[in-house]
Design a binder for this molecule. Structure first.
Ligand code: HEC
Ligand code: HEC
Length: 224
């Protein structure tokens, strides 16, 4: 067999395995939200995030803002974020959001029960051999920052509300999105976990563009 032929058959095998991976994640269990392709936007893989430039074709500023937020929810509703922003008092694990094993509780200040704080197990970085994910100041998002069981509209209103977002203004929310270390962990979750789509920098840019376009919220009936 001549080298060029061998090269192309290798490429074909590679291509078919990429297609298999994409198909598997499209089935919804590999952690990514299967990316719906809203009218007028380019199709992207589950692992990819659209950039603010992709939304410039939406002439109406309010509509553009809503679409930008909806794109950002592909990160916020991702299991890596959702598992720590539960609608209850226990963190979740895995792509299907199963209850944290071993059983742990939120505790009085979101840092775990006295004597079994989150940081008794979670270090400031991933510990690969023990499978324990880690980042500085590992803790559960406070009760009012629950994201599970929220529609995009409800999540958006909640994130804008200082009474439910840790008393942050929108600039602070953008900064938190772009630079916080627990947020950063979502893109380097360790031990074969599926990272959030895109990069943290891209997520920060989407949130900034959302704010710059008026921080409009998706309509109540909008689903992902
Ligand atoms: C280990 C747990 C943990 C993980 C993982 C995590 N968060 Fe959080 N998150 C927190 C905590 C704790 C707070 C409250 C911190 C504060 O108010 O300063 C918070 C607050 C936030 C806030 C601001 C308040 C709000 O809810 O409106 C945003 C935005 C946020 N997280 C985004 C994310 C995103 C995006 C991801 C995934 C890429 C993520 N978080 C993953 C624990 C986590
Ligand atoms: C007794 C040890 C222990 C304690 C205490 C503990 N964890 Fe964990 N946690 C683990 C282990 C081990 C894993 C990894 C499980 C796996 O992936 O197989 C994990 C995984 C997680 C994950 C899943 C990440 C993902 O997306 O799959 C989150 C979120 C989490 N812990 C949050 C917390 C929070 C918040 C606290 C404190 C309220 C806490 N944990 C307390 C041991 C612990």
């Amino acid at each position: 067999m001549s080298p060029p032929l061998r090269g192309s058959s290798v490429a074909a095998v590679l291509l078919s395995s990429i297609v298999t991976v994409v198909a598997a994640s499209g089935a919804g269990c590999a952690g990514g939200t299967p990316p719906a392709t809203p009218v007028g936007l380019r199709a992207v893989a589950a692992s990819e995030l659209r950039t603010p430039a992709d939304f410039l074709g939406i002439a109406d500023r309010d509509e553009r803002s809503r679409a930008l937020f909806l794109e950002a929810t592909r990160v916020m509703f991702h299991p890596r974020c959702r598992n720590c922003h539960p609608d209850g008092d226990r963190p979740a694990q895995g792509d299907e959001g199963r209850v944290h094993d071993p059983p742990v509780a939120r505790g009085p200040s979101d840092h775990g029960a006295p004597g079994l704080e989150c940081t008794s197990c979670h270090q400031d970085r991933n510990v690969e051999l023990a499978r324990v994910p880690g980042a500085p100041k590992w803790a559960l998002a406070p009760r009012e920052m629950a994201w599970v069981n929220r529609t995009p509209h409800a999540l958006c209103e909640q994130i804008k509300d200082p009474a439910r977002n840790g008393n942050k203004d929108l600039a602070h929310i953008v900064d938190h999105s772009a630079h916080d270390e627990l947020v950063a962990w979502g893109w380097s979750p360790g031990h074969g976990r599926v990272p959030a789509p895109g990069t943290q920098q891209q997520f920060g840019a989407l949130m900034a563009a959302w704010v710059e376009s008026g921080a409009e919220c998706p309509r109540e009936e909008t689903t992902r």
